[in-house]
Design a protein around this ligand. Structure first.
Ligand code: DON
Length: 558
């Protein structure tokens, strides 16, 4: 693929390979679902701000994108207000009170296969509704029920399934059939097809209760009783006390500078901000100015910066409410210089000599969802939410119409044992009561050199999220791409262990791959990495919204 090269083009002019999906001067929304993006635009047009719209989009996604949009999961939100203040809301799930370090091990100390992913014990205490409640309390301008109304409508009147929606539902049929409540809702038809009307009455009732009772309803009202009933039915351990004790937490963002741009991203319980800072800080020690896009000289140092950041992730990162994480060191320029000082393009250090671990089979599937919103005042919101695996643990809360997550697998359930995404961890990310499991979600907002709002970024993709966001940023900042090109461009990924460079099929030249192979890298092809629904804002305030062309995502602007 030939890409226009215009160094630091954002400050100068915008280069177009492909035109962004949507362009507008007022507001923009990019999400995984056309219904949800439309809800966001409608809220903006009716005078709501970006945070109002983000809450409405989030609730809509719980209806129209149930494989990742959720009430029974969690996520992270970065908010930048028009005056440039940035904060984050951490609504990651927490381990229930009865959780303990070895809860996924048998009497011999071996991992019980699938327990942290496909059983009722896989669920953490959900955080999404509390997160949206906290965002509304701090930033909202429209009433709470105004934001939930469109989701209620989509659930009770139904929405037409897209080709992708139908494909997902049919593809997970056997998963749904494991749970009678899930089967009732998601296997009502033997096979779904594009254009089918999909109605979710139980979910509509739950949303209505939340809209009347506020976020607390989910944690202390009838919905919490329903969750408890589900736990009794399935032998789960989340209690009403666990729900009542859940709190979304406002945290300062991870802030760092990359070539004059200021990045704001998630602190722990996500590893996203720290790891991206580490990657970009290391890359800042070199220049891409005369480097060809996706040449070996571009990919190799990137991969090496990624390897080092993910090795640190496994060692140091965990919930800062439980372990102390050396955040300022890990995100400092001096640490990046030191960390990258052993990089020699002609003598790469394999991961096995950079830290402990084992090689694993690594795979990715699309189960998280990222959306970005910008309003006419310049407020911006970057949100990533997830159930972890597609449709979470596959268990629907009795009568409540929503799925529970399987986020507990993001803990290091045994030191060195790889999670679903092949990530390993140690003590810092061990299971403990009320602890948040380490995430890779990287919702990010970037200010330009003049402190103007420049980019709203994020993606699903498990462990690949961080490297996806970092590449998009570098595509824009170093290689002068507009956001659509930056998002659509093929991606690569290295996460320390396994010691392999993953890359998207057909995205890289034989010459580049051959040279990197010659330098000692192993490669593994993946059909697709991530779904980055992002927005770029020009210095004059025009919004370019990009829906990732890898999926049927939807960007709208006006
Ligand atoms: O928090 C995390 O890092 C994972 N639970 C995210 C899962 C994910 O992105 C799945 N989508 N591809």
């Amino acid at each position: 693929m030939i890409k226009p090269i215009l160094v630091h083009a954002m400050a100068l002019s915008i280069a177009f390979g492909s035109f962004p999906d949507a362009i507008g001067k007022n507001g923009a929304v990019s999400s995984s679902s056309s219904h949800a993006s439309q809800v966001g635009i409608d809220i903006l047009k009716s005078g709501g701000n970006a945070i109002d719209a983000a809450i409405a989009v989030g609730f809509a996604l719980s209806v129209t994108f149930p494989n990742a949009g959720n009430l029974g999961g969690g996520g992270f939100m970065v908010v930048r207000t028009a005056d440039g203040d940035v904060s984050t809301i951490d609504f990651r799930e927490v381990a229930p009170k009865s959780a303990h370090r070895d809860m996924y091990l048998d009497e011999n100390g071996d991992v019980v296969s699938g327990m942290s992913l496909y059983t009722t014990h896989a669920a953490g205490v959900p955080g999404t509704v509390a997160g949206f409640g906290a965002a509304h309390e701090k930033y909202g301008t429209k009433s709470w029920n105004y934001m939930i109304r469109p989701a209620i409508k989509l659930a009770s009147n139904g929405f037409k399934l897209s080709y992708r929606d139908a494909m997902y539902l049919n593809g997970s049929r056997s998963y749904f059939l494991r749970d009678k409540e899930a089967a009732k809702i998601f296997t009502e038809k033997d096979s779904y097809s594009v254009g089918d009307l999909f109605i979710q009455r139980d979910l509509a009732r739950t949303l209505r209760r939340i809209s009347i009772g506020g976020a607390e309803e989910f944690y202390t009202g009838i919905t919490s009783d329903m969750i408890q009933r589900c736990m009794t039915r399935t032998g789960g351990v989340i209690t009403k006390d666990d729900l009542a004790n859940y709190k979304a937490v406002e945290r300062d963002p991870i802030e760092f500078d990359y070539r004059g741009y200021t990045f704001y991203s998630m602190p722990p319980a996500s590893s996203g901000g720290i790891c991206m800072a580490e990657i970009l800080n290391q890359l800042e020690t070199i220049s891409f100015d005369s480097v060809g896009y996706h040449s070996a000289e571009h990919i190799q140092p990137f991969v090496e910066a990624e390897r080092r950041a993910y090795a640190d992730r496994a060692e140091y990162l965990g919930d800062t409410d439980f372990v102390s994480v050396p955040i300022s060191t890990l995100t400092s320029d001096s640490y990046a210089i030191e960390r990258f000082s052993d990089y020699n393009p002609n003598a790469i250090i394999p991961s096995s000599q950079m830290g402990p671990g084992e090689l694993v089979n690594f795979y990715e599937s699309d189960e998280t969802t990222h959306y970005s919103v910008v309003d006419k005042w310049g407020n911006a919101v970057s949100v990533t939410v997830t159930l972890n695996g597609k449709y979470g643990n596959g268990i629907v809360v009795d009568g409540a119409g929503f799925l529970l997550n399987n986020e507990m697998d993001d803990f290091s359930i045994k030191p060195g044992h790889p999670n679903k995404y092949g990530l390993v961890g140690k003590e810092a990310n061990a299971v403990a009561p009320f602890k948040r499991m380490l995430s890779s979600m990287t919702p990010t907002i970037v200010d330009g050199p003049d402190d103007n709002l420049a980019l709203v970024l994020g993606s699903p993709g498990g462990s690949t999220i961080i490297t996806t966001v970092a590449q998009i940023a570098v595509n824009v900042i170093d290689f002068g791409m507009n956001i659509q090109d930056a998002v659509d461009s093929p991606r690569f990924h290295h996460q320390w262990l396994p010691d392999v460079v993953f890359y998207e099929s057909n995205g890289f030249s034989e010459e580049t791959l051959g040279r990197l192979h010659g330098n000692g890298y192993q490669f593994s092809e993946k059909s697709s990495i991530g779904e980055a629904n992002c927005i770029q804002i020009t210095p004059s305030g025009i919004k370019f919204a990009a829906a990732d062309s890898r999926r049927a995502a939807s960007a709208l602007a006006y």
